[in-house]
Design a protein around this ligand. Structure first.
Ligand code: NAD
Length: 370
């Protein structure tokens, strides 16, 4: 049935959005899929190159705050499902420059909701028609719940919202607006709050690709504070598979936590990836030719690149989500282990230098550490 749905994906040139587009079109090669993306620094049209020539795929460069544009896309393409990924997503950037986060994450989501209401609910009502089933799926984060202490139970969907960064606060606000549009107007919405994702096509300012690309350039790997912060890591394909499960079901008006049941202290995670990179370089001598700058990895000592930097302001100590509701409602469980997910990720970055190399000058995350 997914192949019969016309889908509008916002933020499809970003990390998770691009993975969703690949996943969806590979499973439903005939399905109509439209991407709306402003191509900010984090958007990369080349991530979608594989689909550009297909007649059922269309890329539209535009802003989610442009309500008339969104309305025209919903109408023109007879969109059934809107999957909303577009956002300013990097916490570190939200600390010095929160304005862009308020604009994209709050005003952008609000604008999309208004467009969906106008086309899906108001127009049929004005014409005396009953609205057909549409869906607005909102992609959000576990960071809306704030921070946990080491021994606390993981966040459930009933946990209180307590966002600590401007990024998390902007996502929390957007979550509330999405909920309100169902409660007030009857828009059919669903939301997923997921933990830290990793995998192919992730912009190299984020922790895991930052570690990988810094090792490949023999640059310091910045580690905030004592490195004891705990994060749950989710392979991106498990996340997009969960979104597909949500869309296939008829559960609306609910939030689902999507996690990897895979908590790591940042320091352990960095060491783990260093170790994996060392192993790859020892096992595959051709990597040393391909990446001549990766001196530490060649010498089996990538850990030496780890450099402690002062902690992020308002840095949450621990995130973890309870995924029982997703398991009960639609059978979601993460299928990738960290070992297999990291292996796939490392192999992708090693094989796709053309994708990430041009993005490096844009990264904010501690390239030069004195
Ligand atoms: P990303 O930064 O890689 O991509 C965001 C995309 O949105 C980019 O292509 C960008 O060009 C586009 N965009 C930004 N502002 C826009 C606007 N105003 N109009 C149109 N397009 C715009 O982000 P990501 O990591 O893929 O995250 C996707 C979604 O998932 C976000 O909503 C984020 O909050 C959420 N999320 C991400 C993670 C994670 O680990 N990456 C975890 C939990 C939730």
């Amino acid at each position: 049935p997914s192949s019969r749905l016309n889908v509008l994906v916002t933020g499809g040139a970003g990390f998770i959005g691009a993975n969703f587009v690949h996943f969806w079109l590979e499973k439903n090669p005939q399905a109509k899929l439209i991407v709306l993306d402003a191509l900010t620094y984090a958007g990369n049209r080349s991530s979608l190159a594989k689909w550009e020539s297909r007649s059922n795929f269309q890329f539209v460069q535009g802003n989610i705050c442009d309500q008339p544009l969104v309305e025209s896309l919903l109408l023109k393409h007879d969109i059934d499902v809107l999957v909303h990924f577009a956002a300013e997503s990097h916490v570190d950037r939200s600390i010095p420059s929160p304005d862009a986060f308020i604009e994209a994450n709050i005003m952008g989501t609000f604008s999309l909701l208004k467009a969906a209401k106008a086309i899906w609910l108001d127009k049929p009502a004005a014409a005396g028609l009953s609205a057909k089933a549409h869906r607005f799926h909102h992609v959000s984060t576990d960071e809306v719940y704030g921070t946990l202490a080491a021994g606390d139970s993981a966040f459930t969907e009933q946990s209180t919202y307590a966002p600590n960064s401007p990024y998390a606060a902007s996502k929390a606000a957007s979550d509330h607006l999405v909920r309100a549009y169902q409660q007030t107007y009857g828009l059919q919405v669903s939301s997923s709050n997921c933990s830290n994702c990793y995998g192919p096509f992730q912009f190299p300012e984020k922790l895991i690709p930052l570690i990988i690309t810094n090792i490949l350039h023999n640059r310091p790997i910045p580690l905030f504070g004592d490195g004891q912060q705990i994060r749950d890591w989710l392979y991106v394909e498990d996340h997009v598979r969960a979104i597909e499960l949500i869309l296939q079901g008829d559960i609306t008006g609910q939030r689902h936590n999507i996690g990897g049941e895979n908590e790591w202290k940042n320091l352990d995670l960095v060491k783990y990836i260093c170790c994996k990179m060392n192993q790859l370089f020892q096992a595959k001598p051709e990597l040393s030719q391909q990446f001549p700058t990766a001196l530490a990895a060649r010498n089996n000592e990538s850990e030496k690149l780890i450099t402690h930097v002062s902690d992020r302001a308002g840095h949450d100590r621990r995130y973890a989500v309870n995924i029982n509701r997703a398991t009960e409602d639609f059978g979601y469980r993460p299928s990738e282990t960290f070992d297999t997910g990291i292996q796939r990720t490392l192999e992708w970055y090693l094989a796709n230098q053309d994708w990430w190399q041009p993005l490096l000058p844009e990264t904010a995350g501690g390239r030069e550490i004195s």
